[in-house]
Write a protein that binds this ligand. Sequence first.
Ligand SMILES: NC(=O)C1=CN([C@@H]2O[C@H](COP(=O)(O)OP(=O)(O)OC[C@H]3O[C@@H](n4cnc5c(N)ncnc54)[C@H](O)[C@@H]3O)[C@@H](O)[C@H]2O)C=CC1
Ligand SMILES: O=C(O)CCC(=O)C(=O)O
Length: 440
Amino acid sequence: MEGVRKRNPGQEEFVQAVAEVSQDIFGWIEDKTEYHEASILRRIAEPDRIVSFRVCWEDDDNNIRVERGWRVQNNNAIGPYKGGLRFHPSVTESVLKFLAFEQTFKNSLTGLPLGGGKGGSNFDPKGKSDSEVMRFCQSFMTELYRHIGPEVDVPAGDIGVGSREIGYLFGQYKRITGRWEGVLTGKATEYGGSKMRPEATGYGAVYFLENMLKHADKELDGKAAIISGSGNVALHAAEKLIDKGVKVLSLSDSDGCVHDPDGIDADKLDWIKDLKMNRRGRISEYADEYSGVEFTEDGEPWDIEADLAMPCATQNEIGEDEAQKLVDNGVLAIAEGANMPTTNDGVEIFRDAKVLYGPGKAANAGGVAVSGLEMSQNADGISWDTEKLGSMLQDIMDDIHEKCVEHGEGDDGKYVDYVKGANIAGFKKVADAMLAFGVM
Ligand SMILES: NC(=O)C1=CN([C@@H]2O[C@H](COP(=O)(O)OP(=O)(O)OC[C@H]3O[C@@H](n4cnc5c(N)ncnc54)[C@H](O)[C@@H]3O)[C@@H](O)[C@H]2O)C=CC1
Ligand SMILES: O=C(O)CCC(=O)C(=O)O
């Protein structure tokens, strides 16, 4: 870790992600000399390459705007680089490096042939017109297109990149290259997208949560849950929880948090979906629309008492204090829809308290898994139906849960350390592929 810190000065998020994985891997590889001798972990923690580029675009007032774009290609030992694009002002090289590193383990856990990558820009889509977003996406792809391809690197969406942005990006790729090919996932179904991709991350995280509870002889029905975020992942997690009889008490966005003590039911959720996905409004409007709902500016849901917690917004939303609050309030299980939403100190609190804790790289892998299935459908020129994809998603999430149990169950056969299980299972497949290739 000393070396990682030295080689990546000021890249706190990346160092955090590597430290979290390393502590489990060091213990596991202690007696496995082949991994030491080949410096496998050190190689996975050094991205294959990082492309960084200028993105110029013209706003509606004819001002020339300059942003920075990146693609981090972390590791392609088991398949083409795969991972989302994030457009958000908080994006830095460190954030994208941590995401690409995590993605490498997550993609390995899915059992599909997918390497790890991530990209994005500090461009902020909030408040921009459709035409501005289109011009930005076209400019971004005008550089990115030369670094990606269906067998090279296949980006998708993430924060700030939804179906509108994927449409503009895919259109520009097609215009520049003259080729229609499965170079992006998360496409609309009219032009090669997969059914179930929009739902997959949130639904998959709920399946993982359900599996953790089942393994501990508990069930979802009748429980209460707090969720952060109100984007793609949060809203689909809420939808599946409601479907399974859970009372959803909260959602949030970067302005604050809404707490609905009566629970967000299916009708209210439809209203929020329209607010967020079509009208692009703020979550505070939910409190204006429905009585009894409390909105807390800059607030987060972690002090609301609930059985279940699903952080679905962004990294490091749960620190030591928030984790302690959850534990003190008697939380049963936490399943991460977001990537690395809990700091390493927060993770230690969950581990010490032995609460069920599903880390993002396992719990939110359903999205990239259905992206992998979108790639297969594109390659074969076919389109599977919702039922088939839904059952494949469920099977993949069950399988990831089993792998975590295999590598994370303690000697007492009771407590499962899902962080350790996910880290070791994710590492093993990539490491064995890298050993087969020799030194490179
Ligand atoms: N979209 C996908 O398929 C996958 C997404 N994820 C992760 O899930 C999380 C959410 O992503 P999406 O729902 O796709 O994005 P989104 O853009 O649809 O929604 C993001 C949500 O998080 C909130 N948010 C963002 N930054 C915030 C901040 N600094 N403070 C408070 N709230 C903030 C936004 O207001 C919004 O509600 C991210 O961590 C992402 O990396 C993980 C796996 C797959
Ligand atoms: O679907 C994908 O390729 C990417 C999903 C993603 O960015 C993630 O799993 O964090």
